[in-house]
Design a protein around this ligand. Structure first.
Ligand SMILES: [Zn+2]
Ligand SMILES: [Zn+2]
Length: 402
């Protein structure tokens, strides 16, 4: 029997909430499910433990009825009422709810009357004037949809996704599956960044595996055509002395490098800061991943001089990650203004290890909004043509410097 984990259950509950809201059922029920889903997302202990100890109802927003549903989802991966709702409202339709100004009853009509099941199909329908002509939808709505789609696309972190893992390291899906899921969500590029060779615990990539992944990316890119692209990246461990995890000729083969600390958290503040500064100054570093290493409700970050590192990022044209994983949300939004003042670019990254985690993007976008980060300061808000040009130029300038 499949036993599914906390994040998967949260996702199913969220889908449940959205679908029941779409159908116009009891609005309190929909809210209760989504509240329970939020609590699960932020849960610091494994769900198995709470189940064993019969403590599910201690989770905020989880009463007896929802606890039963969680139990069933955990044990079987599904629930009869969820299956029924799923048949009525396919997954892609839920995407449409993310567009501002599109009310649930319109979403349902777009699906039922026009067969629209994704944002991409919505755009197509609008461009072909099909919404304008449909009864109960009309030309005002069509105009509004086109406007909001344009805004959403130029908005924070909506053009592409970088820093994701595949089953080549510790992710659950293949490169192809992850890239296709990203494309289906309306993004223009997928930046793969699996772990580097020192991260043994996470299946860090050997030189041979890098070569294989790059060949696979080339093969897929040929199929994708010019509207979508896999960017070849790596999440390189920052070694204890601040060096990256591969020799320069290997680093050279990537489109981008996310440099992150994954161990030796206990170095003192000065040494840890020096270590990060050295990684920032490395010409191959494109992005500093989860800069402080904190994990909410699990562990505080390591000790560093954040201001000093931010200033150095600005100087070396290295983007600062806003890691969108709900456990991290790192760099914290309270630092965003400082980062902007120093002149840093930011990058909103889901650090996704599965398809479900691609949707963590929205947490990062919300944090960036809270931090007052404008879209033109977000690396992955760049359209595909701009980011490829930017990454190419960046590499060429080191070649000159070297
Ligand atoms: Zn990491
Ligand atoms: Zn990562």
């Amino acid at each position: 029997m499949p036993k599914i984990g906390t994040q998967e259950i949260a996702k199913l509950l969220r889908g449940y909430a959205q679908r029941s809201a779409l159908r116009g059922g009891n609005p309190y029920r929909a809210k209760a499910y989504s509240r329970a889903a939020d609590s699960l997302t932020a849960l610091a202990v494994p769900i198995e433990r709470l189940i064993e100890e019969d403590r599910l109802t201690e989770i905020p927003g989880v009463g007896g009825a929802i606890a039963d549903i969680i139990l069933k989802l955990h044990r079987t991966g599904t629930h009869p009422s969820l299956e029924k709702l799923r048949e009525e409202v396919p997954a892609g339709v839920l995407e449409l709810l993310s567009l501002p100004g599109l009310r649930p009853e319109k979403v349902l009509r777009l699906y039922k009357d026009l067969g629209v099941t994704s944002l991409a199909e919505l755009e197509e329908a609008a461009k072909e004037d099909r919404i304008k002509k449909a009864k109960g939808l009309g030309s005002a709505l069509q105009t509004k949809i086109l406007q909001n789609l344009a805004i959403a696309k130029s908005g924070e972190g909506r053009r592409g996704i970088v820093h994701c893992h595949t089953d080549a390291s510790d992710g659950t899906e293949t490169l192809e599956t992850m890239a296709k899921a990203t494309r289906k969500r309306g993004f223009e590029y997928f930046g793969v960044a699996d772990h580097s060779k020192s991260a043994h615990y996470a299946g860090g990539l050997s030189l041979e595996e890098i070569k294989e992944q790059h060949q696979e990316a080339d093969r897929l890119n040929k199929k994708f055509g010019k509207d979508f692209r896999i960017l070849k990246g790596i999440e390189s461990d920052i070694l204890a002395d601040g060096a990256l995890d591969y020799p320069d000729d290997v680093l050279e083969s990537f489109d981008f490098v996310v440099a992150s600390i994954h161990g030796r958290f206990k170095l003192d503040r000065k040494a840890q800061t020096e270590r990060l500064l050295r990684a920032v100054a490395n010409p191959y570093t494109t992005i500093i991943g989860h800069m402080t290493g904190r994990q909410l409700q699990r562990r505080p970050g390591y000790e560093i001089d954040v201001e000093k590192v931010l200033r150095s990022c600005a100087k070396h044209d290295v983007a600062v990650e806003i890691n969108a994983h709900p456990w991290r949300l790192d760099l914290d939004w309270r630092w965003h203004q400082a980062a902007l003042e120093y002149g840093c670019m930011l990058s909103i990254n889901p650090d996704a290890h599965s398809i479900a985690e691609l949707d963590h993007m929205h947490w990062g976008v919300e944090m960036a909004r809270k931090g007052g980060v404008p879209p033109d300061r977000v690396l992955n808000a760049m359209p595909l043509s701009d980011i490829t040009r930017y990454l190419r130029q960046r590499r060429r300038s080191f070649a000159r410097a070297a």
